[in-house]
Design a protein around this ligand. Structure first.
Ligand code: ADP
Ligand code: MG
Length: 321
């Protein structure tokens, strides 16, 4: 099978039917030298890229379906954290061999999410090499409505969606050769796109939790020039985490990555609105702390005692320099 046949297959098998009224804006898509896209009038383009390498960003036994799903999910999560509407994607695929069955399953996983969020694949690159998937997601937002990392202020509430630590726990069990429950938390993270859109005009800062709660909170605090207190017993936990000892559970929750939940700061005046937002988006929203003037993160247990975390998050080149 030749490269162009694979590309045609990808184009065919990832194409979605749009929600009524959604304008895809694709003037030229796959098949020319570059795509030509019409950003909706008066909006700004929002762009994010993430690469998934086999063995590093997903376990080598991950199904092609889940790889297709996850490469889009992690990028939509970045758009969600900006409060952007997803529109288009570009896919750079490096495959050890041209395998139509692999591509078929990959495309199915991709299409599941692409359909849910009206994402059109408009181009990419296909090469032969070690399995690696790089995706660029493009979306749009009204000027000035994007939610940056820079806007947190002392007194803002610190809020997180869904549950935290489940993906890291699943990965740990997998690597230890133990039976994995809640593996979907690792393989099928749900990008919180609709939540991100709801947060526009309310949240003062937002980030998606990919590297671990402390690490990602640290990015927001650094960008905003402030600190935070974190109530570690308020961190929302999955069923599987509830069965663990505190130390182990907190390690997954504070330092584990891959949850792709939204972590945002909310001016206290909008506190009442949280319940409405939670209902409308059918997602749990937990207040887990507060932004403070003094830099750094201070963790506390429910009884008010301070807690010192052991590990602060995943950094790609930490062990390799
Ligand atoms: P060029 O050599 O001009 O870059 P390619 O042969 O690489 O063109 O690609 C042909 C067309 O197919 C282009 O429109 C490109 O964007 C698209 N394409 C290639 N690989 C992929 C892919 N994995 N997913 C989506 N589109 C792709
Ligand atoms: Mg090319």
């Amino acid at each position: 099978m030749k490269e162009f046949e694979l590309i045609r297959q990808i184009q065919r098998e990832t194409s979605v039917s749009y929600s009524p009224g959604f304008k895809h804006g694709v003037k030229l898509g796959i098949g020319d030298d570059a795509a030509v896209l019409e950003v909706p009038a008066g909006q700004h383009l929002v762009a994010a890229t993430d690469t998934l390498n086999a063995g590093t960003h997903f376990p080598t036994d991950t199904s092609p379906f889940d790889i297709g799903y996850k490469c889009l999910a992690v990028n939509l999560s970045d758009l969600a954290a900006m409060g952007a509407t997803p529109r288009w994607a570009l896919l750079s695929l490096s495959l050890p061999r041209a395998d139509p069955q692999w591509v078929h399953l990959f495309s199915e996983g991709f299409r599941l999410l692409a359909t849910a969020y009206n994402v059109t694949l408009v181009g990419g690159d296909t090469t032969s090499g070690p399995l690696s998937v790089s995706l660029t997601a493009l979306g749009s937002v009204e000027p000035g409505k994007q939610i940056a990392r820079t806007g947190a202020k002392p007194g803002d509430l610190l809020v997180v969606s869904g549950t935290i630590g489940g993906a890291a726990h699943a990965l740990d069990r997998l690597q230890a050769g133990e039976p994995v429950i809640e593996r979907d938390l690792l393989d099928r993270p749900q990008p919180r796109v609709n939540l991100g859109l709801s947060l526009r005009g309310y949240a003062s800062a937002c980030i998606d939790v990919s590297d671990g709660l402390l690490a990602d909170l640290g990015h927001v605090l650094e960008a905003s020039g402030c600190g935070a207190r974190l109530e570690i017993e308020k961190l929302p936990q999955t069923q599987a985490l509830k069965g663990l000892g505190d130390e182990r559970k907190w390690r997954y929750q504070l330092s584990g990555g891959d949850d792709y939940e939204l972590l945002f700061t909310l001016p206290a005046q909008h506190k009442e609105w949280l319940a409405t937002c939670s209902q409308e988006n059918e997602i749990e929203l937990s207040v887990i702390g507060e932004i403070e003037k003094d830099e750094g993160i201070r963790c506390f247990r429910n009884d008010g005692s301070a807690y010192l975390p052991q590990d602060t998050g995943f950094e790609h080149f930490r062990s390799r320099q």
